[in-house]
Design a protein around this ligand. Structure first.
Ligand code: EPU
Length: 428
């Protein structure tokens, strides 16, 4: 007889040292824009190493709704997309409000079909998350913008290249404008562009499709528009955020973990801080070895656009800070409300002073104790799971639908390296 489990709650018995190997999944934030890029061509597109995550399912549903043919072989991580028969130019509210990245279809649809309607996107609640950078950039390329209660309607018989200065180096904003510019007439320069590894990977796949791009990965991107693009065959890059969460888990449990399939330059902002805190990191090809060794030292972090410390690892790193001997400080400079998880960590015994919505001081080391806590978004969910690994007794992390959006099989992977973690049996 099968035991029934409540897959909405993760249960962790803290105190285990992690040791072993973890295969890092493909990056959700790299897969989402590349899936949207399939809308730029009528040819077949094939993707490998795609993680089976809720956000990927939402993007697949959105593409299907628009008229694309999408097959997701989850077992092998392969996605096939053909956008030859797009019959809608409208991203529906029920999908867009579940995930901000659904706004990524706007640039490609407008560039290829001259017309798109999208409701204002939702996603994790991390503070204000406008899309004005995207909309203003598309307007600079000649799009007529109508904003109503139900979102944006953008139209242009053809986009024209132009200079676009981004007020803020928005991650998905850069991706949206980059995709739109590939089919615009003439040259587009995106200035103050974001340079995250996921954007570099998108740029390289767009170039395989025939786009003419230079400067991707720097704040100055230049795109010479072409009339049409080919299909692509590509593999999604490893998830630096998943790898980062496991690296922190290794350090705080005094463990030793090998992360398979990781890109060294993408991890630098984190490995630099892990070393500063007293953890050990070394590399062999695409494998990253992380070891927690002795007492941890306090550190300060500032979450910034890449290559600054990733905002997505700010909450997981806070757990490491609770175990360090001394005073650490967090300054979140990307989102204006991404410290909400602090209250949950305080419930577990963390000694954290919240200076304001973007700054916190952590006094360590604290003896964390198991508690009933809530995952408030993807990365704070990972933070609480990590806290559970070092807490005394049992931690229950509820509302893990957020974790399912961004961390593939976190329970199975942590259990495979020694964590006592499972889903809570139903009715307990
Ligand atoms: N911003 C503006 N105007 C805009 C767009 C953004 O002011 O038009 C501001 C936002 O208010 C925010 C900051 O810029 O304060 C950062 O937003 P950005 O647009 O760069 O982030 P995003 O594109 O919405 C992506 C990732 C996030 C990640 C951030 C930062 C995807 C699908 N999402 O979001 O990932 O935290 O970049 O690197 O790539 C996650 O995976 O859990 C996640 C939230």
């Amino acid at each position: 007889m099968q035991t029934s489990v409540d897959t909405a709650t993760i249960r962790i018995q803290g105190g285990q040292r992690l040791a072993g190997r973890v295969s890092v999944s493909g990056a959700k934030n790299a897969a989402l824009p590349v899936m949207a890029a399939a809308l730029l061509t009528d040819e077949e597109c094939l993707l490998e190493n795609v993680p089976a995550l809720e956000d990927i399912f939402v993007m697949a549903d959105l593409l299907r709704w628009l008229g694309a043919d999408v097959e997701f072989d989850q077992e092998n991580g392969r996605v096939r997309i053909c956008a030859a028969n797009i019959h809608r130019r409208e991203a529906p509210q029920e999908l867009v409000e579940r995930m901000r990245a659904s706004f990524l279809v706007t640039g490609p649809l407008l560039a290829r079909f001259g017309d798109v309607h999208s409701t204002t996107p939702g996603g994790c609640k991390l503070g204000s998350r406008p899309v004005d950078v995207d909309v203003r950039g598309l307007h600079r390329m000649g799009a007529k913008v109508e904003q109503g209660e139900n979102g944006y309607h953008l139209s242009a018989s053809r986009l024209y290249g132009n200079d676009i200065y981004m007020d803020y180096p928005s991650h998905t904003g850069t991706e949206n404008l980059l995709m739109a510019a590939t089919l615009a007439r003439g040259n587009t320069r995106i200035i103050n562009a974001a340079s995250e590894p996921e954007i570099v990977s998108l740029g390289s796949i767009l170039m395989d499709m025939g786009a003419r791009i230079s400067g991707v990965g720097t704040p100055h991107i230049s795109v010479q528009g072409v009339d049409r693009l080919r299909g692509y065959r590509a593999a999604i890059l490893p998830d630096r955020l998943e790898a980062g969460a496991f690296a922190i888990a290794a350090v705080i449990t005094g463990g030793e973990v090998v992360l398979e399939r990781v890109s060294e330059p993408d991890m630098l902002p984190l490995t630099h801080k892990i070393r500063e805190a007293g953890g050990e990191v070394w590399w062999s090809e695409h494998e990253m070895m992380v070891r927690g060794n002795g007492p941890l030292k306090p550190t300060d972090i500032q979450a910034l656009p890449f290559p600054g410390f990733p905002t997505d690892l700010q909450a997981p790193f806070a757990v490491l800070m609770t175990q360090a001997h001394g005073q650490s400080r967090i300054y979140e400079r990307v989102f204006n409300d991404r410290l909400r998880y602090v209250a949950e960590l305080q419930t577990m015994g963390a000694n954290i002073e919240l200076i304001d919505k973007q700054q916190a001081v952590i006094y360590g080391p604290s003896k964390l104790v198991g508690a009933d806590v809530r995952a408030l978004d993807i990365r704070s969910g990972a933070c609480l799971v990590l806290a559970g690994l070092v807490a005394e007794g049992e931690t229950r992390v509820r509302e893990i639908q957020h974790l399912r959006r961004g961390h593939e099989d976190i329970v199975g992977k942590l259990a495979s390296i020694g964590a006592q973690i499972d889903y809570l049996p139903a009715e307990s």
